[in-house]
Design a protein around this ligand. Structure first.
Ligand code: NDP
Length: 332
């Protein structure tokens, strides 16, 4: 697999110019380029430049409005709704985040439902800034059907990621971010691109038979992690990001999608909690550190997010980007 070493400024410029060439304005292109660059910087290649072709396809087909301006509506003191008016999710998140943070710091907890957005990104980029503001963050979003409900035969749930962020006094927040499927679809696409077999138990082919061939699994369906337990989490995400926000379930998003290869229109659910207001003092931070120490004193155990932060620390030396991805971008 050949790679080219690029610095983060070059990655940002490539992403932004490609998006602008396909009709995004400066603000929209910058918001998406920011999260693509963060993904490459942290070694999350499945949600970095690899996604640019999909973003560009939706601009070309007109499904996404690359010039949209999201609007914010305070539905209740602790409910900040953002309507993306068909933009990519990053600009809607950026627009609503200060309002969510302010509401959580006033009310102790606040919810931010997002509607009219197109989501294609890694969720850690969304809860990390909430945790950096001293709040506990939670986010989840649905997609198009890719995961079979436990015991069923047909994909119904999206890969439905959930992310959780916990602020820390010294150092970056603890953030975990995981798909409800055994493996994110982006990782399966990466395996297909790089010619790797998948581990057993990730997915099935279009006939519902277990398969380790990523191309067959992409035509078939993925399994939820942990059997019926992960399946219930995927279902919860559908309810929070679909029914609760007033947006669509994954199957409804797919039904109205034009199949251009980019993200469908859907919803997202975010929540921020002020732990100091919940507890009545700021002792939560030191208390949590003793717990994190207990985890890390076990040989082989680590906190989620540490791999990303290690990559981030090394990103000044440049990031290795697949030439297959770069060739594809050149052809967009
Ligand atoms: P992974 O399975 O790679 O990682 C899940 C989480 O577990 C990460 O926070 C990771 O931290 C942590 N982790 C991994 N190994 C360990 C370990 N040994 N000990 C402790 N923690 C560990 O992620 P997924 O494949 O499930 O998801 C990848 C991405 O895909 C996510 O960012 C998700 O948001 C995105 N996604 C987006 C969708 C969308 O529709 N927008 C749909 C589905 C997924 P670390 O990073 O440090 O390894």
């Amino acid at each position: 697999m050949s790679h080219k070493t690029m610095n983060v400024e070059e990655i940002h410029a490539l992403a932004k110019s490609t998006l602008m060439r396909h009709g995004a304005d400066d603000v929209n292109a910058t918001a998406v380029a920011d999260i693509i660059t963060m993904a490459e910087r942290d070694g999350c290649h499945s949600h970095g430049l690899m996604r640019l072709a999909g973003y560009a396809a939706t601009l070309k087909s007109g499904k996404v409005n690359g010039k949209a301006r999201p609007t914010v509506k305070q539905l209740a003191p602790a409910v900040v709704q953002v309507n993306g008016h068909n933009c990519f999710a990053p600009l809607a998140l950026e627009t609503g985040r200060p309002h969510l943070i302010e509401a959580a710091k006033t009310c102790g907890v606040a919810i931010m439902p997002l509607i009219g957005i197109h989501h294609f990104a890694a969720l850690w980029t969304e809860v990390e800034p909430i945790a950096e503001a001293g709040l506990v963050g939670f986010a989840c979003t649905s997609y198009k059907p890719a995961v079979i409900p436990a015991g069923g035969t047909k994909a119904l749930y999206g890969t439905n990621p959930i992310a959780f962020g916990w602020p820390r006094k010294d150092g970056p927040p603890m953030v975990f971010d995981q798909a409800s499927s055994v493996m994110a679809r982006g990782e399966v696409m990466l395996a297909a691109r790089e010619g790797h077999e998948l581990p057993e138990g990730v997915g099935v082919d279009s006939d519902g038979k277990p398969s380790t061939d990523p191309n067959e699994v992409l035509k078939g369906a993925l399994l939820a992690f942990g059997g019926y337990k992960g399946s219930s989490i995927a279902m919860m995400v559908e309810l929070l990001a679909g029914a609760m926000t007033g947006e669509s379930f994954s199957f409804e998003a797919a039904a109205r999608d034009n199949g251009d290869g980019g993200p469908p229109q859907g919803g997202e659910f975010l929540m921020a909690i002020d732990p100091t207001l919940v507890r009545g003092d700021d002792g939560w931070a030191d208390h949590a550190e003793t717990f994190f120490d207990k985890i890390q004193e076990q040989d082989g155990a680590r906190l989620p997010g540490m791999r990303r932060h290690r990559n981030r620390a090394n990103s000044g030396k440049g990031v290795e980007v697949s030439t297959i991805v770069l060739d594809k971008i050149a052809d967009i």
